[in-house]
Design a protein around this ligand. Structure first.
Ligand SMILES: [Fe+2]
Ligand SMILES: [Fe+2]
Length: 206
């Protein structure tokens, strides 16, 4: 897997002061996207609660307004090039469903968890709310939805093994793999960093 310069430049914008971060930081961050299982969350420990929240919010917007429209466009281009087929229709309906699931995940997360953090940062803290929000989040949060970006590739290749040689299909599969990893990493940052920062913030501020 290789991250394009375009991709690298776009994900940099998730940070509030992207130019102040060293090359070494980015190198570790990009390696985390290439291999989320080996990502070391400690590299994000330097960021404040506000910065982590901003990073996560900007990632949400980026998935929905940059990467998924790009994926959709690639699928339309594939359909224009190869004609309508079982494979192109499968890809199209898959992406519509996936986009809806991801949107629901994001909306719920922002409404419950991020909203709670926004309030903390404005100085409003209700302990009962913390217990409800954090328990609920930890029990229900999962990014299983991301596995589907790899499964769909297998489904497509089962239907038509030769289609994998098409250059647009290769490009599509590459971006699906990158976004899948990016979403896994996003989940790790939410589960491990954001939650830890919330506890620290409450302890020091309230
Ligand atoms: Fe999220
Ligand atoms: Fe999430």
């Amino acid at each position: 897997m290789q991250l394009s310069e375009d991709y690298k430049n776009i994900v940099k914008l998730r940070f509030n002061a992207p130019n102040q971060l060293e090359d070494k930081f980015y190198a570790t961050f990009y390696l985390g996207i290439i291999n989320p299982e080996r990502f070391n969350p400690d590299i994000f420990a330097r960021f404040s609660l506000q910065e982590i929240l901003d990073y996560l919010k900007k990632s949400h917007t980026e998935y929905l307004t940059v990467w998924f429209p790009k994926i959709e466009k690639l699928i339309n281009d594939i359909q224009a090039e190869l004609g309508v087929s079982d494979v192109t229709l499968t890809l199209k309906s898959f992406i519509v469903n996936y986009y809806n699931e991801l949107t629901n995940h994001i909306n719920f997360e922002e409404k419950v968890l991020y909203n709670f953090v926004d309030k903390l940062l404005k100085g409003i803290y209700v302990e009962k709310e913390k217990i409800f929000v954090l328990n609920h989040f930890l029990e229900t949060h999962n990014h299983n939805v991301t596995d589907e970006l790899v499964i769909i590739q297998k489904i497509v290749l089962n239907k038509d093994a030769k289609i994998g040689e098409n250059s647009r299909v290769k490009e599509l599969f590459e971006i699906l793999n990158i976004i899948q990893n990016d979403l896994v990493l996003h989940g790790v940052i939410e589960d491990e960093l954001l939650i830890g920062k919330i506890h620290q913030y409450i302890e020091s501020e309230f």
